[in-house]
Ligand binder design. Structure first.
Ligand code: ADP
Ligand code: MG
Length: 342
């Protein structure tokens, strides 16, 4: 459906470089990365808003540059709703249709239909300055969808909203996508949002696409420490892999079955860790000192100092009433740790 071939774009001090990507018809792709990594630039290239880029962008095998603007069926929504203040809600939604010369009765009907789809029935006559932030974003989405695009580009459309509203609109977006199966590219810096909404996720770092895949596939095998940490992994240790598979970083060491040697990263996923009341002195057990504990996202977290490395362990259950400074036994399953080259 949409194909990016070696897309590059240079600004002073920033290079978006060599982006290759294919988006299937009906797919929901999230582009995830920190502020300044080039997400908006890439999305604007797809929207046709930036034209001086290198590489090729194909839509249904046709070069975007060669598709006349009025034949392009691409709609974009930004972080700010950017509504016209002098038009009411329905006129805002119907604006693009008016520009296309659609008769008033039909365009107002369509505006009403799309407002209903976005759970704003009967809002058409309202002035936009009477709307909340979330309602404005839904109007912006209705305005994009009423054009019946083939490709919907969303640039952090929920990022300016507070947490509850954001979750609520994530639900609206998911429902819409299930109904309409519109090819959607969604830019966000929020991994939970990407996990919740997207079929596949592309992770960008400093202008480069670092990894592309389903969330599950990337969590199972992140290709770099950056990707792992952006996906929420906490226990990424820099060190050396020695012959025989021993990983060593300062005071910490763990036997592994990796055959690579040299500098690299050891990722210890949560499921590789178990902690027990001190200390069974069983083989391979390490001692951890509790240096912090708290609840986050509904899970109990313990931060442990293990051989000079700070590890985080989380569990849905409160395992023990451990206080700061207490020592616990820590088991690290070498079969569940991952090797990261960079
Ligand atoms: P993101 O959306 O991931 O936060 P952007 O694509 O907006 O990142 O920006 C990527 C980099 O390009 C930033 O360093 C930004 O300052 C720079 N940049 C974006 N637009 C322009 C521009 N029109 N002129 C010069 N530099 C720009
Ligand atoms: Mg941006």
């Amino acid at each position: 459906m949409l194909e990016l071939q070696n897309i590059s774009k240079k600004y002073e001090g920033f290079l978006l470089e060599g982006i290759n990507l294919q988006v299937a018809t009906g797919e929901f792709l999230a582009l995830l990365g920190p502020s300044g990594c080039g997400k908006s630039t890439l999305l604007k290239i797809m929207a046709g808003l930036i034209t001086d880029f290198q590489g090729e962008l194909l839509i249904k095998k046709r070069k975007l540059r060669e598709i006349p603007v009025k034949e392009r069926r691409i709609s974009m929504v930004f972080q700010e709703a950017l509504l016209f203040p002098h038009l009411n809600v329905a006129e805002n939604v119907a604006f693009g249709l008016k520009m296309q010369g659609v008769a008033k009765k039909l365009r107002m009907q369509k505006a009403a239909d799309y407002l209903e789809l976005l759970e704003l029935p009967g809002y058409g006559a309202r002035a936009v300055d009477t709307l909340s932030g979330g309602q404005k974003q839904r109007v912006a989405l209705a305005r994009a969808l009423v054009m019946e695009p083939e490709i919907l580009l969303l640039d952090e459309p929920l990022s300016a909203l507070d947490f509850n509203l954001r979750q609520n609109l994530q639900g609206v977006l998911k429902k819409l996508h299930r109904q309409k199966k519109l090819t959607t590219i969604f830019v966000t810096h929020d991994r939970e949002e990407a996990f919740y909404l997207a079929d596949r996720i592309g992770i960008l770092e400093a202008g480069r696409l670092k990894q592309l895949g389903t969330a599950a596939a990337m969590l199972a095998q992140p290709q770099s420490a950056f990707v792992a940490s952006f996906l929420g992994e906490r226990n990424i240790l820099a060190g050396d892999f020695l012959a025989g598979g021993l990983f060593r970083s300062r005071e910490f060491s763990l036997p592994t079955s990796f055959t690579k040697t040299g500098a690299g990263y050891l990722l210890i996923p949560n499921q590789a860790i178990s902690i027990t009341q001190k200390a069974k002195n069983s083989a391979g057990e390490k001692t951890g000192e509790i240096v912090d504990h708290y609840i986050r996202n509904g899970l109990y977290h313990w931060e442990l100092l293990v051989e000079g490395e700070r590890l985080t362990y989380r569990n849905s259950q409160l395992l023990g009433d451990w206080g700061l400074g207490e020592q616990v036994g820590v088991q690290l399953d070498p079969h569940q740790v991952l090797y990261l080259a960079e």
